[in-house]
Design a protein. Structure first.
Length: 85
């Protein structure tokens, strides 16, 4: 798993139990990326709302594709955050 290592509380050869943490990673950057993705998603939703109020079908389809892309990006950020957590 990628990330910066903050601590490694396990000694070489030490017995560990199932579910016991073996390392602590710095994942603050993921919080920032997730917040940025959420803000961008909200921005795209606003643009979509404006487009739905009266735009050409082509422009609407493009906006829908962009919104779906940011939804996927947001979900990816959430899943990475959950894994790091």
């Amino acid at each position: 798993m990628d990330g910066r290592l903050l601590s490694l509380p396990i000694l070489d050869g030490q017995h560990i139990d199932a579910g016991q943490p073996i390392a602590e990673l710095l994942y603050g950057l993921l919080h920032i990326k997730r917040a940025g993705a959420a803000a961008e998603l909200e921005c795209r939703r606003q643009v979509l709302g404006e487009l739905q109020a009266g735009s050409r079908p082509e422009a609407l389809m493009q906006a829908l594709a962009i919104v779906e892309g940011f939804k996927a990006h947001s979900e990816y950020a959430r899943s990475r955050f959950a894994r790091f957590k």
